[in-house]
Ligand binder design. Structure first.
Ligand code: COA
Length: 564
């Protein structure tokens, strides 16, 4: 079928639906919802059999939904209506929620139901839930709805609140009035629910040191205590605030835009507060190994099980600043010095990595210099992985990766992916040549021609397609918890296998042979020569593209690479 995806942004779910439908042989077009007339023109040109909206925040014009079947993905169970479904699910403490595929009609979210799939609500922020459980349920519901539509006989179910399985309701926009934290009264569980329901957008509006900020993220702290609402500690750019019965960590803040003032964007909390943060607030460091045993916030955790070490990293939005790369490198060095036989890298859930930290770069006094520092730190980390020859290194991707984040994963000996993962192995959309030794690791996996195709096409790739071309080694089905169990089983098996010694010997020899043909330093120097131009030369598009990304500037029309 010809399926036109209409979306407010080519976001993770839209990318996932795109890869899944293409993988099933459908011809898939994408149109960003940037105006009714642009949409009408695209529909007339594309002549879809079906229009599908995986993530749409605006209405489809009536003349389109009367002529075509338009299916809308709604992140709520049957009967749920309104623009803030997930916010309500989290803030009301729902344990199970759903995704429903509805046909577009005049009344928002009230059309006949084509499919509805439930999912468990994990204890995490809204966007993490969206990229994991919601996304998996949405894809299942979309595939069901598309099959039903293609079958031609399915009668969608009219919305009828008398049916016992229609348990949702129409709910209002989840405005800041519902989100406000009363630090003198709200307990930690309440504070966390409010923070999670607002993460990553729009954040919880609050005041700190006389200024208004949106609070982003939210993690429990097990030990530190203080006066409710007060900032009592910092750690790796995050701040810790006391509650009435505990404390929470806030990794990021966004200053509220003042009327007529410049737009603002999320930054590490300590950076956002700047000189407003009073001197004397103690730093509360925690080592990755300690963090794995505690219930506190840390971007890094390290633990061992048998002969395998696990270095988990979790960076907000998958973005890795200079400091974050350096901290991860230090943790990697420590982990690789341990007497383990294998080392598994990657977060337990959500993004593996999306490369250098564009927000931190944007906020820097000299963004070109900071870009350089960031890519240098990233390269140091990748180099350390590439040159580890005394143990097997495995990248385990429970969530998506893009740009340098994909290349970071490829530095390992094996790359394992959860089936739901979407990969964007390219840099062009940010106007960058790219580094992270990709000119070494990408062609060695997929060959020069495929590497060229992947980096030029700038399209997302499903884990399954990535495995077919050898970009990744293994793919496992299931949710993040099942994936982690599977990774542990398989990693233990590999680490304990008698063949490991010969495998490590072969790995060492291969590295030496590769080094003799062309040293890693040469790959790095060549890539960085391009990156230097991207960062410093006149007329390069990178700085503008980065600004558009950080400030979330919508393009004037659907970009050409999506029109094919
Ligand atoms: N730097 C800073 N922030 C980043 C980031 C990066 N490299 N990559 C993602 N983020 C942030 C996004 O701004 C977004 O923030 P929000 O929660 O405040 O909205 C969050 O992470 C999630 O990203 P989003 O774009 O909403 O997710 P997605 O799944 O729809 O799309 C990507 C994922 C990776 C395709 C998209 O984020 C992207 O293109 N990132 C940039 C990749 C890149 O060019 N890196 C630099 C070169 S190495």
């Amino acid at each position: 079928m010809r399926v036109l995806l209409v979306a407010s942004a080519f976001n993770s779910l839209t990318q996932r639906v795109h890869t899944e439908l293409r993988g099933r042989g459908h011809e898939v077009g994408v149109e960003l919802a940037l105006g009714d007339d642009l949409l009408r023109a695209r529909v007339a040109h594309f002549r879809p059999d079906l229009i599908l909206a995986p993530m749409l925040t605006t209405a489809i014009p009536e003349d389109i939904w009367t002529e075509y079947t338009v299916l809308i993905v709604h992140p709520g169970p049957k009967g749920d209506r309104g623009p803030s479904s997930l916010d309500w699910a989290i803030s009301t403490g729902a344990r199970e929620w759903g995704v429903t595929v509805l046909q577009a009609v005049a009344e928002m979210d009230a059309g006949p139901i084509w499919a509805s799939v439930p999912f468990p609500v994990a204890a995490c922020g809204k966007s993490e839930l969206y990229r994991n459980e919601v996304s998996d349920a949405a894809v299942a519901a979309v595939l069901l709805a598309v099959d039903r539509f293609a079958g031609g006989v399915f009668e969608p179910e009219p919305l009828d609140y008398r049916r016992p399985d229609v348990r949702g309701q129409l709910r209002p926009y989840h405005s800041q009035q519902y989100r406000r934290i009363d630090w003198a009264a709200d307990d930690t569980a309440t504070v966390l629910r409010k923070l999670r329901a607002a993460d990553s957008q729009p954040g919880v509006l609050d005041e700190l040191y006389g200024r208004e900020y949106f609070l982003h993220g939210g993690h429990r702290e097990d030990r530190l205590r203080g006066i409710p609402g007060a900032v009592i500690a910092t750690r790796d750019g995050a701040i810790c605030r006391a509650t009435v019965d505990g404390a929470v960590w806030l990794p990021q803040l966004r200053r509220r835009r003042t009327p007529g003032g410049p737009a603002t964007f999320k930054r590490p909390a300590v950076d956002a507060l700047g000189s407003d943060l009073p001197a004397g607030i103690p730093d509360a460091p925690v080592t990755p190994a300690e963090a794995a045993l505690r219930d506190t916030w840390s971007e890094l955790q390290y633990y061992e099980q048998g002969s395998v070490g696990y270095l988990e990293f979790a960076f907000a939005g998958g973005a890795m600043s200079t400091g974050q790369c350096r901290r991860l490198l230090a943790a990697y060095r420590q982990a690789s010095a341990r007497p383990t036989r294998a080392l598994v890298l990657g977060p337990a859930r959500d993004f593996f990595s999306n490369g250098i930290h564009l927000n931190v770069i944007e906020a820097a006094e000299d963004p070109a210099e900071e870009s350089w520092r960031n890519i240098t730190a990233m390269n140091d980390l990748v180099e350390a992985i590439l040159t580890t020859t005394d143990k097997l290194v495995i990248s385990a991707l429970a969530g998506n990766a893009a740009a340098g984040g994909v290349m970071l994963a490829l530095a390992a000996d094996e790359v394992w992916c959860r089936e739901s993962v979407v990969l964007n192995p390219h840099y062009r959309l940010m106007g960058l040549y790219g580094s992270e030794y990709w000119t070494y690791s990408l062609p060695r996996r997929v060959g020069a021609a495929e590497a060229d195709r992947l980096t030029r096409a700038t399209l997302p790739l499903s884990a399954g397609s990535a495995a077919e071309i050898g970009l990744v080694d293994r793919v496992a089905a299931g949710g993040t918890a099942e994936f982690r169990d599977w990774v542990r089983r398989e990693a233990t098996m590999l680490a304990d296998a008698p063949e490991l010694e010969s495998r490590l010997t072969a790995k060492k020899q291969q590295r030496e042979a590769d080094e003799a043909v062309k040293p890693l330093a040469e790959y790095r120097a060549e890539e960085l020569a391009h990156m230097r131009r991207n960062f410093y030369a006149e007329g390069e598009p990178y700085h503008q593209l980065r600004r558009n990304f950080v400030y979330n500037v919508a393009p004037p029309a659907t970009p050409a690479y999506l029109l094919a």
